[in-house]
Design a protein around this ligand. Structure first.
Ligand SMILES: Cc1ncc(COP(=O)(O)O)c(C=O)c1O
Length: 413
């Protein structure tokens, strides 16, 4: 029967157990059964996020004059992100609902900038490596822009020479990832920044997955290639708080090299009965709780907390990779520097392995080019690493022995 709005409401005492029961079939994110979708550190942080989100559940981030508390927290979050991304006093950001909105606002600014700076361009185009997240194409589609995707190099990173060669008269911007969703590769941003500077293009860096944690991954001793505003030529950077910032969803940022760059993302309208509507986000109403929870996460964790998360995530990644490396023919794709990676096995259909893994309760995202299984390691993946490796080994074995299961086309959503 199709669900109808009940005539009479039901008490929470009845709804709560029903909702808890619905969760029974969901991903077990507390125990590292996931390769993506959830960034979970620990119960203490979860408590802080719930409390802070709940405290500002009703407040609307659209009305920062009505809620100066939200305005203050938003500005402080953006100032922290700006400094994590190597910005200065001139650097200015926008708090958004997620990576997709951050990318959308970054690309909007790129298009509006091009309208001013390159009035000759009729069909603005962005050149990007094949590894770019689909949010780029979604934004371009909605903004009437084209995306030219260029094959990546042998190291699975953007190939600067191929990107340069693909730039045409209608190209207004470049796009790169730090890191990419599928294989966790950080593109050569300094080379791409130099191309952007030389050719007068806007370079957007999609650091949705790693932008917030990358400085701490460096601080605990790992090398992460340069990707932020310290690199000349970078105009805007998207970095999600609800991914490696370990904040509550929905929370992301898009930061611009200067306030003038950010102004290109603004939409202003006044031909209606309520005066000037001027906004830097795609959304109108914004959850005050998400802004509050992001502020609380940053202040609860501090640099020390993020270093601990970075170290635990990198240990989880290393432990999984070390365990997997004994499997015959298995190799990690490329050399991903942050906590995201993917692996495949020579001669084994990883789609079939993913089906087996999902059957055993391990949600496993796939990569197609090259064929693989993808992991975003977080602190909860450390204690489950050995179990994960054992499950992968058993599933590869089963597939090698001809275990079936319907292998569908890889899908991300
Ligand atoms: C590299 C990258 N960019 C953008 C996005 C989109 O972010 P969101 O799902 O928060 O809109 C994702 C999501 O995983 C991503 O991995």
């Amino acid at each position: 029967m199709v669900m109808q709005l009940p005539e009479k409401g039901r008490p929470w005492a009845e709804l709560e157990p029903e909702m808890q029961a619905m969760r029974g079939h969901d991903l077990d994110w507390k125990h590292g059964r996931h390769g993506a979708f959830v960034w979970y550190a620990n119960d203490e942080l979860e408590h802080v996020l719930r409390e802070s989100f709940g405290m500002f559940l009703v407040e609307n981030g659209l009305g920062v004059k009505a809620f100066p508390s939200i305005g203050r927290m938003e500005n402080e979050v953006l100032a922290i992100v700006r400094s994590l991304l190597g910005g200065d006093e001139e650097t200015a950001g926008i708090f958004t609902s997620g990576g997709t909105e951050s990318i959308f606002q970054g690309i909007t600014a790129m298009r509006e900038w091009a309208r001013k700076e390159r009035p000759d361009v009729r069909q603005p185009e962005i050149v990007a490596p094949h590894s770019a997240h689909p949010a780029l194409n979604k934004a371009a589609h909605l903004l009437g822009m084209e995306v030219r995707r260029v094959p990546v190099g042998a190291d699975y990173r953007a190939d600067p020479a191929a990107i340069a060669a693909a730039i045409g008269p209608e190209t207004v911007g470049l796009y790169a990832s730090a890191p990419s969703y599928s294989l966790g590769m950080v593109d050569p941003i300094p080379e791409l920044g130099a191309i952007a500077a030389e050719r007068g293009l806007w370079l957007h860096v999609d650091a949705c997955v790693g932008g917030i944690l990358a400085p701490f991954v460096r601080e605990v001793g790992y090398e992460v290639p340069p990707f932020d505003f310290s690199v000349p030529g970078v105009a805007s950077i998207s970095a999600d708080l609800h991914k490696s910032g370990y904040a509550a969803k929905p929370a992301s940022t898009v930061t611009f090299r200067t306030r003038a760059h950010r102004e290109f993302a603004r939409y202003t309208f006044d031909d209606w009965p309520s005066g000037i509507y001027s906004s830097l986000t795609f959304t109108g109403t914004r959850p005050g709780g998400a802004i509050a929870a992001a502020w609380a996460a940053l202040n609860f964790l501090g640099r020390e907390g993020y270093r601990e998360i970075a170290a635990a995530s990198m240990r989880a990644k290393a432990r999984i990779i070390a365990g997997l490396s004994v499997i015959d023919g298995l190799r990690v794709h490329g050399a991903p520097p942050l906590y995201a990676f993917a692996y495949g096995v020579e001669g084994v259909d990883m789609g079939a392995v993913a089906v087996q893994m999902i059957g055993r309760g391990w949600y496993s995202g796939r990569t197609t080019d090259p064929d693989g299984i993808h992991v975003m390691a977080t602190p909860v993946h450390e204690p489950s690493a050995d179990e994960y490796v054992a499950a992968v080994a058993a599933c590869i074995d089963a597939v090698r022995r001809g275990a079936g299961g319907e292998v569908k086309a890889a899908s991300y959503t």
